[in-house]
Design a protein around this ligand. Structure first.
Ligand code: NAD
Length: 359
């Protein structure tokens, strides 16, 4: 099965392919898409170990990136740029990111800055990268003090999602991807997709099939999430307004990832904690009804997720949030549920955020 989605941002149009076809077909499609171009393939070490003999890349065109969020740093960024220069990539050439969100983000950033910007293709191999990071053109690297603090908006040339990669994903990483999937269920109304997708209901009723990784369900789930994301990105590529809804759960998530030096939680796990936290806060402050609050937390719990049970010092979390790029004029931005499948942006002072954690 193969689904094709189209992204149309002001500067670029591209297609996203979601399929469960063979790797030989994937190789062929990447070859066709990059015909006549020199390529630098940035591939995750784990994916290289697992898939190299099934992927049609030559050793000479590879840059193998060690795994982990801590690798999304400027040292590796410079190494990728150096490798591109060594291979003689010109403005007409292309980088290909094969891996999870870490590889996708750093490769996108390298491609968007090398020679003031060359093409790049995303081949996401984690669920999280498939449903979120590979699409929409946000590229980034981290500093120790702040995640994704250096980056660009630069859309890829194409995205090839082959769900066969997900078979080797460990359970923790699969569940991490579901963190971002579930996020879309809570923001569907804001995305203004042309028809209702009923993602909330799909994920509630289809929970077993999703957890069993039933291929058609997984393809449909990815398609729904991307339809919502594309709808947002097409309206607001550079996050001037609407796109902020995609940050639901992320204000706390980024602070948790930073405070634990990206070592304790996966991104999706942190997003889940962020969503539990803000759903409870929204209910307690009468942004949402009790029944929607219960339905929402039941959905998260159905997938086996639980709220964060460790306490971090609110002052420290708030300190990190102040440095987040979503903070403006000393105010911290939260995306809070404001109705069924709907969210809105609120801005709080650091003192209010500390109070929020303590109340
Ligand atoms: N650009 C965006 O819009 C955006 C959106 C959301 C998240 N992100 C970023 O994405 C990153 C998280 O992405 P992620 O969750 O994919 O993490 P990741 O890239 O670290 O991958 C998670 C782990 O899965 C392994 N892996 C990858 N593919 C595999 C496969 N097919 N089989 C087995 N193991 C495999 C990796 O080696 C790694 O250990 C974060 O840096 C986050 O900031 C970016």
């Amino acid at each position: 099965m193969k689904q094709i989605l189209n992204v149309k941002t002001p500067g670029k149009e591209y297609t996203i392919e979601i399929s469960d076809e063979s790797f030989s077909k994937l190789n062929k499609e990447i070859d066709e898409m990059t015909r006549g171009q020199k390529r630098l393939i940035v591939i995750s070490k784990k994916v290289y170990d697992l898939y190299y003999n099934r992927l049609d890349f030559s050793e000479d065109e590879l840059f193998i990136l060690k795994d982990g969020e801590q690798e999304k740093n400027y040292k590796n960024y410079l190494k990728i740029i150096n490798r591109a220069a060594e291979l003689g990539l010109t403005r007409k050439d292309v980088m290909v990111a094969v891996g999870g969100g870490v590889v996708g983000d750093i490769t996108g950033f390298a491609a968007s800055t090398y020679m003031r910007g060359i093409d790049y293709i995303q081949v996401p191999t984690t669920l999280l990268a498939a449903v979120d990071s590979s699409v929409g053109g946000k590229t980034a690297i981290d500093l120790e003090e702040a995640k994704n603090i250096i980056g660009t908006f630069c859309q890829p040339k194409a995205v090839f999602i082959n769900i066969n990669f997900l078979n080797t994903l460990n359970q923790r990483q699969f569940m991490s991807g579901l963190g971002e999937v579930l996020k879309y269920a809570f923001i569907e109304e804001n995305c203004e997709y042309k028809t209702p997708l009923y993602l909330f209901e799909f994920l509630t009723l289809g929970c077993e099939k999703v957890l069993q990784k039933e291929p058609l369900t997984i393809i449909r789930m990815i398609e729904y999430c991307l339809n919502l994301k594309i709808s947002v990105v097409n309206q607001d590529e550079k996050e001037a307004g609407l796109r902020k809804v995609l940050n639901f759960g992320h204000t706390l998530a980024h602070a948790l990832e930073t405070i634990t030096k990206y070592k304790k939680f996966t991104h999706g796990e942190a997003v889940i904690f962020g969503m539990f936290f803000i759903l409870k806060w929204a209910y307690e402050h009468e942004y949402i009804t009790y029944s929607y609050y219960r339905l929402s937390t039941e959905l998260l719990e159905k997938y086996g997720f639980k709220p964060l049970n460790k306490n971090f010092k609110p002052e420290k979390l708030t300190e990190i949030m102040k440095k987040d790029k979503k903070a403006e004029d000393g105010m911290i931005t939260f995306i809070v549920p404001s109705g069924k499948k709907k969210v809105k942006e609120i801005k709080l002072t650091p003192a209010e955020v500390i109070y929020m954690f303590n109340s």
